[in-house]
Design a protein around this ligand. Structure first.
Ligand code: 5AD
Ligand code: FES
Length: 351
C-alpha cells in the first residue's frame, strides 16, 4: 500500500493492522507526515473547529513517593528543593486562573501522601464552590478506588494518568520493582468506571522503547478509548540513571499526534510542554499535527523552576498572565484560536 492508501485507511477505519501501524511508525519522515497531519487537521476541525482549549496547570507539590527512573522529582533525587503549596496558595492560583479566563484547572503533583483524598476533596470543593463553571482535572498518580471516588464526589471532573507504556516488560525497565504495571492499568479502568473523563498517554522515545511498543500503545488507546491522551518526547534529566539517553524525536511525536487524532477523532490532545521544550516551535507544530489543547502553567513563579521532571523545561520564569498572551500569539500564528471554555470532551459537553 502507498502511504496515501495507509493514511486514507487510517482516516476511514480509525484502525490499522499491527503490521501497518509498524510501517507507519517506521516510515521515513516526509510524505507520510504531511498526509497524516492533513487528515488529522480535517478531523479535529470537524469536532472542535479552530478552537484550542487552554488548561491552567497548578503544580502544587514536587514531593513524590515514587522512583520512576526517568523522572527528575523521583524520591531518591536528593539534589533539589522540595515544595508543597498550602491550600490557600492552591486556591489563590485557581482564583488567578479563573480571573485570567481559565475554565479548567489542573491540579498536578507528585505522589505526595500529605495530600490524602480527603484533603484533595476539601480543595476541590472549595474551587468548585467559588467557580462552579470551572472543570477540575487531577493529575496525582495512583490511588485506590475509594480515594478516587471521594475526590470525584467532591467535584473533580477529569483525571490524567499516563500509562507510560502498554508493554509490561518495557514498563518494568522504566520503573522500580515496587511499581506495578497491572496496578497502573487498573487505576485507569477504575477512574473510567467512576465517571471521570480520563487521560492516559506515553512518552515518545523513552529508554528501551521499540516501535513494537508504540504499536501496543496505539492498540491500548483504541481499546481503552480515553477522553484525553497526553504524549510528549522523553527528555533526559541530569540526576537520573537515564541522564545520557537521547531525547525523543520531535517528528515522531508529531506523527503520533496525527495517528492518535485519527484513531480517536474527538480526543482532547495537548501539545505538551515537553514538545515545546525540545523544539521552540514544538507546540505550534503539535497543533498543526492534530493537537487541540495547551496547558500553560499557573503555578506561583517562585516554585516554577522546581517542578522539573526533565532538563531545560520552558516557561519556568513567566507570570501566568504572560503565559496566556504568549499562548494566544502562538496559537494564532498557526491559524487557530484560543477558546476560554471548559472544553469538555464532545461526549460530555452540554450543547
Ligand atoms: N521526559 C519527558 N516526560 C516525562 N515525564 C516524566 N519524566 C519525564 C521526562 N524525563 C512525563 C511522564 C509523566 C508526566 C507527568 O510527565 O509521562 O506521566
Ligand atoms: Fe508560558 Fe509561553 S506559554 S511563557
Amino acid at each position: 500500500m502507498s502511504y496515501k492508501d495507509i493514511a486514507d485507511k487510517l482516516a476511514t477505519d480509525r484502525n490499522l493492522s499491527d503490521e501497518e501501524f509498524l510501517e507507519v511508525i517506521c516510515a521515513p519522515f516526509g510524505e507520510i507526515d504531511e498526509l497524516l497531519a492533513e487528515r488529522a487537521r480535517e478531523v479535529r476541525e470537524k469536532y472542535y473547529g479552530k478552537d484550542v482549549y487552554l488548561r491552567g496547570l497548578v503544580e502544587f507539590s514536587n514531593i513524590c513517593r515514587n522512583n520512576c527512573y526517568y523522572c527528575g522529582i523521583r524520591r531518591d533525587n536528593k539534589n533539589f528543593d522540595r515544595y508543597r503549596l498550602t491550600k490557600e496558595q492552591i486556591l489563590s492560583c485557581a482564583d488567578t486562573g479563573y480571573e485570567l479566563g481559565f475554565r479548567t484547572i489542573v491540579l498536578q503533583g507528585g505522589e505526595d501522601r500529605h495530600f490524602t483524598a480527603e484533603i484533595m476533596a476539601d480543595i476541590i470543593s472549595a474551587i468548585k464552590e467559588k467557580h462552579s463553571d470551572c472543570a477540575v482535572t487531577l493529575s496525582i498518580g495512583e490511588m485506590e478506588r475509594e480515594e478516587y471516588e471521594i475526590m470525584f464526589r467532591a467535584g473533580a471532573d477529569r483525571y490524567l494518568l499516563r500509562h507510560e507504556t502498554a508493554d509490561k516488560e518495557h514498563y518494568e525497565k522504566l520503573h522500580p520493582a515496587g511499581m506495578s504495571f497491572e496496578h497502573r492499568m487498573n487505576c485507569l479502568k477504575v477512574l473510567k468506571e467512576i465517571g471521570y473523563q480520563v487521560g492516559c498517554g506515553m512518552m515518545i522515545g523513552s529508554p528501551y522503547q521499540e516501535p513494537r511498543h508504540l504499536v501496543k500503545d496505539l492498540r491500548f488507546l483504541i481499546d481503552f478509548k480515553p477522553e484525553m491522551v497526553g504524549i510528549g518526547p522523553f527528555i533526559p534529566h541530569h540526576d537520573t540513571r537515564f541522564a545520557n539517553f537521547e531525547a525523543g524525536s520531535v517528528p515522531l511525536t508529531l506523527r503520533l499526534l496525527s495517528v492518535i487524532r485519527l484513531i480517536l477523532p474527538d480526543v482532547l490532545l495537548p501539545a505538551t510542554t515537553a514538545l515545546g521544550t525540545v523544539d521552540p516551535k514544538g507546540r505550534e507544530k503539535g497543533l498543526l499535527a492534530g493537537a487541540n489543547v495547551i496547558m500553560p502553567n499557573l503555578s506561583p513563579t517562585d516554585v516554577r523552576n522546581k517542578y522539573l521532571l526533565y532538563d531545560n523545561k520552558i516557561c519556568t520564569g513567566e507570570e501566568a498572565a504572560e503565559c496566556i498572551r504568549c499562548m494566544e500569539r502562538r496559537v494564532e500564528s498557526v491559524g487557530y484560536k484560543v477558546a476560554m471554555t471548559r472544553g469538555d470532551h464532545v461526549k460530555y459537553s452540554v450543547k
